[in-house]
Design a protein around this ligand. Sequence first.
Ligand code: SAM
Length: 258
Amino acid sequence: MPSILNNVRRWKQTYDWSNRGTEWCDGFGGVEKAWTHAILPRIETFLPTGHILELGPGYGVWTDFLQPFPPSGQSPLSERMTLVDLAPNCIKFCRKRFGKPNMAYHTNDGTSLSMVELGSIDFVFSFNSLVHADHAVMREYVRQLGTKMKPGSFGFIHHSNLGEYEAEFDAMEKGHDHWRGRDMTGEKFRADCRDAGLVCVFQEIIPWGSPRFIDALSLFAKPLPGQELPERVERNPDFWHQARAGDHAPAAWYVRPT
Ligand SMILES: C[S@@+](CC[C@H](N)C(=O)[O-])C[C@H]1O[C@@H](n2cnc3c(N)ncnc32)[C@H](O)[C@@H]1O
């Protein structure tokens, strides 16, 4: 069960980080392909931007693309970043890897965003990390994001939808839950957004590691005053086929309101 304590134990004490997390991209054909085919097409309409908050950066696989001072020749996708992770070794590694200018690094208790200024975030990003968080953790992050995001800003969070399969837990093969938050669902994320003054404008429910749709990619917004944004949910059985074939998500994955 991936409680906060178990997450700290795994990511701080027992996990072998010698591949820096690149190993989680093998199913995509590597880090570059995961970024180019699966992640960037879903968020590029929001980039470049000002202040990005990344939750659970690990050793910085995605930070490397989003950072304000990328390796030479690439245009920056942010002006500044705040990284928050519950594992101190991750934050220490990222600090050394990315340095100081326009970067803030914080080890937290697995839920607190108290270090982030109110109304300061232009874009929230998290991929491959909060899948291991249960509903109480997700609800707490979403509640705080309601006050930390700027009106008109968006966020993209990859999280668990395993709770949808609760009735099958006993029969599920060992390991097939992929250590996902067991009580978390896409539906709960959408409801938590509403409670926090946010709108989950597009949620893509996807399979992970088996045909079961145990994950969700949730795109959410803090609306401008008076702005009405609709919710949309879709199941995408072709996620892995599209990602591996370099067959980008349709351009209309999400059309940003003007
Ligand atoms: C599987 S690793 C992924 C890291 C990185 N996103 C990647 O794709 O390489 C999960 C990361 O999420 C962090 N994490 C897990 N639960 C968290 C929570 N509640 N708050 C902040 N970070 C968390 C872990 O410490 C770890 O760095």
